[in-house]
Design a protein around this ligand. Structure first.
Ligand code: NAP
Ligand code: GLV
Length: 311
């Protein structure tokens, strides 16, 4: 049996991934999507943001391993068979990277570094009064792999951190709450809200006018999860009015972010090109390969997605 590798990788990404996968999966036949002949005996697919319908017509497919942590796009692709177990990427290296990005965004906001960057563009020398980390409330929405790491890292740097999840959670150094009813209070208290929720029917467009209005006046939003969590027009309106102070956005409804999108030039927006926690082939290929071996040994692979809840 063979393994299909279906991705949207560019040439540089293939150059990094292919040798890493070959080294991690010795003895396995790896087939790159687009080069596969009809009827090839494929029982495993390794996928990274594959083109829609890439998994169509694979009758022997028995296991799908995502090389990405978020599987929202796969779950919307009708060609991904619902009876085939789907595992997502869980890599401690990604959790660390995400925690670093979240911490950077929080520190930059707290210390006024985004303001100083725009002052530099205007050749404006102006100092702002100091504020201590323990005077800043940070809310982290989502306390899974990424949210937990981010919340703990931010808390260790002296910020007052609250975390919100679907089910009750215990996270050292973090005040936690769960369920829809708790969200308003979490948002209202926070100077900075970091979104690390999965994109599901329950969380899509969560940051629309209603939720943004529940945030503290002058607060900032850091979206490192998925672009479709945010209603762009509503966020831009809140930033334009000064109701929200700043947004750090790593993810967008359309990626790459179109060149004429208002986010690029908005004075209160910092844009990153979806790099908060990139999958690193050096570690992720080994993790994926290990899960393939678990599957081949007839055991249950790790980090299976619950399709009913959508993550
Ligand atoms: P995860 O481990 O699945 O954690 C999801 C967390 O969200 C859990 O704590 C879950 O609560 C909570 N949650 C889910 N639905 C909820 C709801 N309706 N209300 C409240 N809480 C809810 O996810 P992850 O691996 O940490 O990934 C987090 C996000 O980061 C995803 O959107 C992913 O796509 C994104 N991501 C972005 C990048 C990047 O580079 N920008 C990289 C990787 C991942 P329970 O624990 O109670 O179930
Ligand atoms: C990146 O966004 C991922 O889901 O791994």
């Amino acid at each position: 049996m063979a393994i299909l590798v279906a991705t949207d990788f560019n040439d540089d990404e293939w150059a990094a991934w292919w040798p890493a996968l070959e080294a991690a999966l010795p003895g396995e036949q790896l087939l790159r999507s687009g080069t596969v002949e009809q009827g090839s005996p494929i029982d495993v697919a390794l996928v990274a943001n594959p083109p829609i319908s890439a998994l169509q017509g694979l009758p022997q497919l028995r296991f799908i391993q995502s090389l990405w942590a978020g599987v929202d796009r796969l779950l919307l692709d009708a060609s991904v068979p619902v009876h085939v177990p789907l595992a997502r990427m869980v890599d401690p290296a990604m959790n660390t990277a995400m925690a670093e990005t979240a911490l950077w965004a929080v520190i930059a906001q707290h210390r006024g570094f985004f303001k100083y960057a725009s002052q530099q563009r205007a050749a404006q020398w102006q100092q702002h009064a100091p504020v201590r980390a323990d005077e800043i409330d940070v809310a982290v929405l989502g306390l899974g792999q990424m949210g937990r790491a981010a919340a703990q890292t931010i808390a260790r740097h002296g910020y007052r951190v609250s975390g919100w999840s679907a089910n009750p959670a215990v996270v050292e150094g973090v005040a936690t709450s769960s369920g829809d009813a708790a969200l308003h209070a979490v948002l209202a208290a926070a100077h900075i809200v970091v979104n690390l929720l999965p994109l599901t029917p329950a969380t899509r467009a969560l940051f629309g006018a209603k939720t943004l209005a529940q945030m503290r006046a002058g607060a900032s939003l850091v979206n490192l999860a998925r672009g479709a969590h945010v209603v762009d027009a509503d966020l831009i309106a809140a930033l334009d009015r000064g109701r929200l102070q700043h947004a750090v956005l790593d993810v967008f409804a359309t990626e790459p972010l179109p060149a004429d999108h208002p986010y690029w030039r908005h004075p209160r927006v910092t844009v990153l090109p979806h790099v908060a926690a990139q999958t690193d082939p050096r570690s992720a290929a080994l993790i994926a390969a290990n899960n393939v071996r678990v599957f081949r040994a007839g055991r249950v692979p790790a980090n299976l997605v619950d399709r009913t809840r959508g993550y």
